[in-house]
Design a protein around this ligand. Structure first.
Ligand SMILES: CCCCCCCCCCCCCCCCCCCCCC(=O)SCCNC(=O)CCNC(=O)[C@H](O)C(C)(C)COP(=O)(O)OP(=O)(O)OC[C@H]1O[C@@H](n2cnc3c(N)ncnc32)[C@H](O)[C@@H]1OP(=O)(O)O
Ligand SMILES: Cc1cc2nc3c(=O)[nH]c(=O)nc-3n(C[C@H](O)[C@H](O)[C@H](O)COP(=O)(O)OP(=O)(O)OC[C@H]3O[C@@H](n4cnc5c(N)ncnc54)[C@H](O)[C@@H]3O)c2cc1C
Length: 648
């Protein structure tokens, strides 16, 4: 064990186990999570080669093998609780995606949420037993964001009681779905429904694409892999062209909208229910942001504790790079964000399950808020985490650029979360749409509840000009900082609403007014989400009874809130003390930095980083890793070089 890292742990002011238990929910939950993780870590079947030394095809094959092994083993162990399955899989996957990822994250959830009981009876046993291996095929070459314009059609033929599916143009070819290229034999296809000559918009259909016996593409189906990408090398994101593919009427997901045998159409209670799976994944991605950022911080902070570089004082030994204020300023606000997002992720998951419970009972009243919250927080947390991973990588200097640091893999695997499941700017604009609507309702005297209830105060604040509103009062008091964020959000929602109003007064169309105000609208959403994160972090503190843990998390929460103010200082009144206070907080956090990342409790196998190793023995491991590079298998690799040298 590296002596520096041992000393860091000895000097921590709190018990890491207590904090880990809190993050997991209880000591028992920590015990069970670790038990599940050790099933993977101690399993010789999961000691695969490092994917970085494999070709793309080898990576895909290994990912398929791993996915099928996971299915068998989960069955053998009798693990069926979704959360426990998730723990098992994320340990086995490590930083990467799994070959059957879309089957779990989108195909199955769509079947659970959008099938009638009869459809569930047919499809769930097939899907849960992996006979029907599925993906979610929505995006087309021409459209990913604006899904109302998708071109794939499903036309009902009452004479045979079938839908006929077609991708009529090049731009309508389905493009991107994970697991579509080579793995899946079924797809949930989103298509424009036509019945009795009328288009009823997007609906979801279960489409068999490959033979369940031979795995060959079915007649009318052209399907394949879209080629190498920025990351996701083990995933066969695919294309799909459907030409007169017939499926039975029962293959339309009919929990909400229905097509009767004679072709008559029954409307759903809300046409946005077809978008339900996207809301689910957006809600879950918030927690994924926390995990990607906490892993990156674990690597960068542990490494910064063992890396010595430069001189602080002449003649003295080189200090740990974690002692440089500039290094702390890069990493500790990210560490604080990782904790904040962990709590926000838990909140988002709870909120999703609570509101979907109401939706299942027929109460759709909270759907708009759920959509706005999931869209906004997905965008807010993925943007921050995405940028933060890169900061962590650069904070490791040159070694951060090596794949064995783990950071490049975390980055390329995480960065598409800013794009998939709703491009982030577009998601922020969806949240803004909700906020502006709420703002107008509040102005009309309606009492708002939930995360937007602060907009009720617009009325009270109305006579005051925006610039004279109170701002940060006490920079050491979290409640006061929450208030400052609340006022900033209220102010920026008002600015956006007024911009819209101003544009409309110039008698331009609603749509153009919206486009001309989109910078203000995105800023309003960003401010709203930032407020929600600070609020939830502060609320979490009130649940913590352990004094030492409370104290260190309070320091992190203050840093998160104050750092956010300095990044957006134009929106707050500038307070000269804030930078000084931030510097003091960095000093406070310094002795606990390693213990705070230890509390995330990532074991070495999951972290997969030579720089972030628990024992801090980074240099020995880097050398061992380098020796395994395929280029080192022979001393003379390229005979071209050899020939050149010989000619000289
Ligand atoms: C911890 C333990 C846990 C245990 C369990 C753990 C298990 C799981 C673990 C999971 C780990 C995670 C990792 C994931 C990795 C997976 C890889 C994923 C791969 C990626 C897959 C994909 O990438 S798959 C394609 C996604 N592709 C989009 O994402 C398209 C975006 N594009 C749109 O989504 C629409 O195009 C867009 C823009 C809204 C406009 O839609 P539009 O034109 O129809 O609507 P308008 O804008 O006109 O709005 C009209 C009104 O609809 C309202 N509204 C709109 N949407 C609504 C909605 N969803 N719900 C309610 N209301 C909605 C709106 O608010 C308006 O309301 P109002 O009128 O009242 O104002
Ligand atoms: C790794 C990966 C996996 C994926 N997996 C799947 C999958 O399994 N299934 C599936 O169906 N899809 C999948 N996708 C596709 C993904 O959902 C889309 O790429 C995503 O929804 C964004 O759509 P787009 O590509 O059309 O971007 P575009 O909408 O073309 O975005 C390009 C730019 O235009 C801007 N823009 C677009 N519309 C607006 C607007 N209204 N206002 C302001 N700015 C706007 C955006 O902000 C962005 O800057 C995947 C994508 C990736 C990268």
């Amino acid at each position: 064990m590296n002596p520096d890292i041992c000393r860091e742990r000895e000097n921590a002011t709190f018990n890491t186990e207590t904090l880990t238990n809190m993050l997991d929910g209880s000591a028992e939950k920590t015990r069970r999570r670790r038990e599940i993780e050790s099933l993977v870590i101690n399993d010789p079947d999961f000691q695969h080669d490092d994917p970085n030394f494999m070709s793309r095809s080898e990576r895909y094959d290994a990912a398929v093998k791993k996915s099928s092994q996971m299915i068998m083993k989960l069955r053998d162990y009798g693990i069926s609780d979704p959360e426990e399955i998730y723990f098992y899989k994320r340990t086995a996957r490590r930083t990467f995606h799994e070959a059957f990822g879309l089957h779990y994250t989108m195909f199955l959830p769509t079947l659970y949420s959008q099938c009638t009981p009869e459809q569930q009876k047919k499809w769930l046993p097939l899907a849960e037993n992996f006979k029907a291996l599925g993906t979610y095929a929505q995006t087309e070459l021409g459209h990913g964001t604006h899904i109302r314009k998708l071109e794939t059609t499903a036309t009902y033929d009452p004479s045979t009681q079938e839908f006929v599916l077609n991708c009529p143009t090049v731009s309508s070819i389905k493009w991107w779905p994970g697991g579509l290229g080579k793995t899946s034999n079924h797809a949930i296809v989103l298509a424009q429904l036509y019945t009795l000559g009328k288009c009823h918009g997007l609906h979801a259909f279960i489409v068999p694409i490959r033979c369940m016996k031979t795995h060959q593409p079915l007649p009318g189906v052209t399907v394949g892999d879209i080629g190498p990408k920025f990351g996701f090398e083990e995933v066969d994101n695919g294309y799909l062209k459907l030409e007169n593919v017939r499926i039975p009427r029962e293959n339309m997901l009919m929990k909400y909208a229905q097509v009767e045998p004679d072709g008559s159409y029954l409307k759903p209670p809300s046409d946005k229910l077809t978008y339900g799976t996207m809301v689910f994944i957006r809600a879950m991605i918030v927690g994924e942001s926390a995990r990607a950022l906490s892993k990156s911080c674990t690597i960068a902070i542990r490494y910064s504790a063992v890396r010595h570089q430069s001189e602080l004082r002449p003649g003295e030994p080189e200090p740990q790079i974690l002692d440089y204020q500039a290094q702390q300023y890069k990493l500790f606000p990210l560490l604080a964000a990782a904790y904040a997002f962990t709590f926000v992720g838990q909140y988002m998951s709870d909120t999703y399950h609570r509101i979907t419970g109401h939706i299942n009972q027929g109460d759709f009243s909270q759907l708009p808020e759920l959509h706005a919250l999931a869209a906004g927080l997905k965008a807010f947390t993925t943007w921050t985490a995405n940028a933060g991973i890169e900061v962590c990588r650069m904070a490791c200097g040159g070694h951060g650029y090596l794949c064995c640091s783990g950071l490049p893999d975390i980055y390329v695997t995480f960065t598409p979360t800013c794009t998939y499941e709703g491009e982030n700017t577009v998601m922020m604009l969806q949240t803004a749409r909700f906020l502006v609507k709420c703002y107008r309702q509040a102005r009309e005297g309606q009492q708002l509840s939930g995360t937007v209830s602060y907009l009720n105060e617009q009325q009270r604040l109305q006579p005051q000009p925006v610039s004279s509103r109170p701002t940060v009062v006490n920079i050491n008091d979290l409640a006061s900082l929450v208030e400052a964020y609340k006022l900033r959000a209220a102010k920026l929602v008002e600015v956006a609403a007024k911009s819209l109003q101003g544009e409309l007064q110039r008698s331009i169309s609603q749509e153009d007014a919206w486009n001309n105000s989109s910078i203000e609208l995105v800023r309003a959403s960003d401010a709203h989400c930032h407020y929600v994160v600070v609020e939830l972090f502060a609320a979490k503190l009130s649940e913590i009874s352990d004094t030492a843990v409370h104290s260190v998390l309070n320091t992190l929460a203050l840093l998160y809130a104050l750092h956010g103010i300095t990044l957006n200082s134009g929106d707050f009144l500038q307070l000269s003390q804030i930078t000084q206070r931030i510097k003091a907080l960095l000093v406070e956090i310094r002795p606990n930095a390693v213990a705070l990342v230890d509390s995330f409790d990532y074991n070495d196998e999951m972290l997969n980083s030579v720089l972030g190793r628990y024992d801090g023995n980074v240099y020995e491991s880097m050398f061992e890793w380098a020796k395994r590079s395929p280029l080192n298998r022979t001393e003379v690799r390229s005979f071209i070089i050899f020939n050149i040298i010989q000619k000289k």
